[in-house]
Design a protein around this ligand. Structure first.
Ligand code: SF4
Length: 296
């Protein structure tokens, strides 16, 4: 009995994420956060999730905790992450289309999935879900031939020439971010210059597993953003670098740590210990004001 948590009156919260048990960490006590994590599945059932493959578990980004122990370190020049600002996302799926085109993906293989659900009054919400670039990736640990690896800059990639298609990584990924190439994929758009297949820009092969690579062949270069980031008409996606503490979306540049902290950024299924490097800012299609207002 001594370990029982106090029941929190969730009726006092407001907004759709409260119904999901998803209140930004800065607005919750530690006890409330613990209870709301356990309530997530119940909350999801109540609002009718349309396209999810698993529990929508988002928990808060705690800047102090990362500063104390898990801020990416090492000799690499960059430590990449992604930020998705759900306040700006209205589910246009331009990111999906750009990704499909660049990587020659068939319609059923979306390296960027868009989850959607409705609240109790029918308002629709969207959440893009690419590979979360986990710091502790379950997909990597189960590969029997070590085809999946993590770069010094924090990107999880797969060598298509080594992959034998065991699909163990697909079973292990809690984000359902991996896809098996059942059929011969379309030619990858490798223009303007033809280039060899690399883990950073793979030419998909039949019988292997593919997933989002965060356009790893592009992001070292400041003027080339991942195709999904570049394509979003509302500039909802950012690429961030923990080393320089900067995030960009092609329209604005922000101080990464401040942006995450001040907007109560959260991570998806963080409680699984995957330490994802994808951060979400909760919201739904609001005008953001300032330099982002009217972005098209
Ligand atoms: Fe691996 Fe899935 Fe994490 Fe991507 S999201 S790194 S595929 S476990």
């Amino acid at each position: 009995m001594g370990n029982q948590k106090k029941i929190v009156d969730r009726s006092k919260r407001s907004g759709p994420y409260a119904d999901l048990g998803l209140v930004p960490a800065g607005k919750q006590s530690a006890e409330e956060q613990d209870v709301s994590r356990r309530n997530m599945l119940l909350g999801l059932g109540a609002v009718g999730v349309a396209t999810m493959g698993g529990a929508l578990g988002l928990v808060g980004f705690n800047n102090e905790a990362r500063a104390a122990g898990t801020v990416p370190t090492g000799a690499a020049e960059h430590q990449w992450c992604r930020i998705i600002d759900l306040r700006a996302c209205v589910g246009e799926r331009k990111c999906v289309a750009a990704c499909q085109t660049r990587h020659g993906l068939p319609p059923e293989q979306t390296w960027m999935r868009i989850l959607s659900w409705q609240d109790e009054v029918g308002k629709e919400f969207f959440m893009p879900v690419p590979c979360q670039m986990c710091e502790n990736p379950p997909c990597l640990n189960v590969c029997p031939v070590s085809a999946t690896f993590r770069t010094p800059e924090g990107l999880v990639l797969t060598d298509q020439d080594t992959c034998i298609g065991s699909r163990a990584c697909m079973a292990a990924c809690p984000y359902e971010a991996r896809y098996f190439n059942w059929n011969k994929p379309a030619e990858t758009n490798r223009m303007p210059a033809p280039s060899p297949s690399t883990p950073e820009f793979p030419a998909n092969q039949i019988g292997t597993v593919g997933k989002c690579v965060l356009c790893a062949d592009r992001i070292p270069y400041a003027n080339e953003l991942p195709s999904c980031v570049e394509a979003c008409p509302r500039a909802a996606q950012y690429i961030g670098d923990f080393v320089t503490d900067v995030a960009v979306n092609g329209r604005v540049t922000v101080k990464l740590s401040t942006f995450l902290r001040e907007n109560n950024a959260v991570r998806f299924k963080e409680e699984l210990g995957t330490n994802p490097r994808t951060y979400y800012i909760l919201g739904n299609g609001q005008p953001l004001g300032g330099p982002m207002e009217g972005v098209k």
